[in-house]
Design a protein. Sequence first.
Length: 75
Amino acid sequence: MSTTIKINSNGSIRIEGDFNIIDPEGNSFNLNGRTTVSLCRCGLSRNKPFCDGAHKGQFEHDCKAFELPPPAPKP
């Protein structure tokens, strides 16, 4: 199963599919079988890194896809 990451305008980052989320020490979050989660983008969630809807009416970002420039050459 592939993974899809959707950046919601004025909201969260939604991840769907087969994925693993780890903390800075490399420990996995126990997602209890979930194949879809939403991650906080606004910094207001009390359940970080997961979204709890606290952004509603307090976070604005109209997300539109664009092309990144080519990666910088490696030294």
